[in-house]
Design a protein around this ligand. Structure first.
Ligand SMILES: NC(=O)C1=CN([C@@H]2O[C@H](COP(=O)(O)OP(=O)(O)OC[C@H]3O[C@@H](n4cnc5c(N)ncnc54)[C@H](OP(=O)(O)O)[C@@H]3O)[C@@H](O)[C@H]2O)C=CC1
Ligand SMILES: O=C(O)CCC(=O)C(=O)O
Length: 411
């Protein structure tokens, strides 16, 4: 099942649990706007290269649309659509005043030079600058993009509209980025995991973790979990995978990964087949890379008791059913990785106020939001007698539905 079909299916199940009528259901499902643009740039060798860029603005009933921009070879319109819809439910689960959007460019950022990436980002911004804005749609980083990408978008946007730092979040701190945003998604994963484990009388320090992906989200999650006493027994990225049942030394792995642009060759563990990472023996599995990686082909082989969805849409609905039968508890993406967009909201608020928070305030506020989100999601599980994914979906969809009706949009 592709990402859009899977997301639509989860939405429809939640709509049914909430008893939404079909007109409102349709109104919530259809995206507000889908943008597709061609981005042609001169490469460093003087030849021209064309890339396709997307921005899907899914819903703005609760506020400006919000979501990352992804640079990856597998970016396609259905996937961006699904990710934009997930942002709508995620911002509502977090209870921050935003709707949902997502963007992407079908490219391999590892194959482009820094100046080619800058030209591509600036051309993409030129094509969409009229459709984004501080109070309309606020992009942020996602896979393959980073604070530098946001700095280029901010600069290009400002040529058309005047200097507007709040038009993107996840910026470098020197340009109005928030302290703590870089770590925020991983830190949110830590807080979410702590809240879940506590329910089962467990804690980070008595669990063994496996993490797929060692980029922004995976590496921060690994660092914070290991600082809190968790044992990380296997990690993978695009370059390879390593295993150490005594626990991987994460600070050393971070250093190696920065110096060698990947975890391959790290001598603090044994190399394993990256394809086997998700089925390694552990208590808690954290997918923090691509979508759709947990599916009917591997779900039966998963050993973990808990899955924390740091990535967006890592689990296919067929795998959801198999894992539920095995008793595996899944903490869904739209709650588990909401720390990133929550601190993006804090960044936007700081930019609009022209006032900078210290990092302790950012982290404390994030913990408050994650704790409240967990409690609200659990409440919906009780009300609708459902699992955590449906708890999160009913929570998010219900909040957006209420805003939609109040604004008179469903009629
Ligand atoms: N950044 C954020 O704030 C948020 C991100 N997310 C989600 O988290 C996930 C990761 O995003 P982010 O960390 O920002 O992205 P990054 O680009 O920073 O990192 C992605 C990581 O995944 C690795 N990777 C890519 N393909 C594979 C693969 N086939 N097997 C194993 N590892 C792979 C990459 O390896 P390499 O670097 O070697 O290519 C890299 O380590 C995505 O699903 C994203 O949507 C969710 C909420 C917020
Ligand atoms: O920080 C943001 O605005 C969005 C982050 C994002 O893309 C996500 O949560 O998937």
């Amino acid at each position: 099942m592709n990402a859009l079909a899977a997301t639509n299916r989860n939405f429809k199940l939640a709509a049914r649990l909430l008893g939404l009528d079909s007109k409102l259901e349709k109104c919530l499902l259809i995206p507000f706007r889908e943008i597709k643009v061609e981005c042609t740039i001169p490469k460093d060798d003087g030849t021209l290269a064309s890339f396709v860029g997307f921005r899907v603005q899914h819903d703005n009933a609760r506020g400006p649309m919000k979501g990352g921009i992804r640079y990856h070879p597998e970016v396609d319109p259905d996937e961006v659509n699904a990710l934009a819809q997930l942002m709508t439910w995620k911002t509502a689960v977090a209870n921050i005043p935003y709707g949902g959007a997502k963007g992407g460019i079908g490219c391999d950022p590892g194959e482009l030079s820094v100046s080619e990436l800058e030209r591509l980002t600036r051309v993409f911004t030129q094509k969409i600058h009229d459709l984004i804005g501080v109070h309309t749609d606020v992009p942020a980083p996602d896979m393959g993009t980073n604070p530098q990408t946001m700095a280029w978008i901010l600069d290009e946007y400002s040529k058309f509209h005047g200097y507007s730092p709040a038009v993107v979040t996840g910026k470098p701190v020197d340009l109005g980025g928030s302290l703590g945003r870089d770590a925020a998604t991983g830190r949110g994963v830590l807080y979410a995991t702590q809240a879940l484990l506590q329910e089962y009388g467990k804690s980070i320090s008595d669990q063994r973790f496996v993490i797929q992906g060692f980029g922004n989200v995976g590496s921060w999650a690994a660092e914070l979990i290991s600082e809190n006493g968790g044992k990380i027994v296997a990690v993978s990225d695009i370059t390879g995978a390593i295993k150490n049942s005594n626990g991987i030394d994460i600070p050393k792995l971070l250093k190696h990964s920065k110096e060698h642009r990947g975890i391959k060759g790290f001598n603090g563990g044994d190399p394993i087949d990256p394809k086997s990472i998700l089925v390694e023996d552990c208590d808690v599995l954290i997918p923090a890379a691509l979508g759709g990686v947990i599916n009917r082909e591997n779900a039966n082989e998963i050993k973990a008791n808990f899955i924390i969805e740091a990535a967006n849409h890592p689990t296919d609905p067929e795998a959801d059913e198999i894992l539920a039968k095995k008793g595996v508890i899944i903490l869904p993406d739209i709650f588990a990785n909401s720390g990133g967009v929550t601190v993006s909201y804090f960044e936007w608020v700081q930019n609009i106020q022209g006032f900078m928070w210290d990092e302790a305030k950012v982290n404390n506020e994030l913990k408050t939001y994650m704790t409240k989100g967990f409690k609200d999601m659990k409440e919906m599980c009780k009300t609708h007698n459902c699992d955590l994914r449906m708890g999160a979906f009913t929570l998010g969809v219900n909040r957006v539905a209420r805003a939609t009706v109040l604004r008179g949009w469903e009629a």
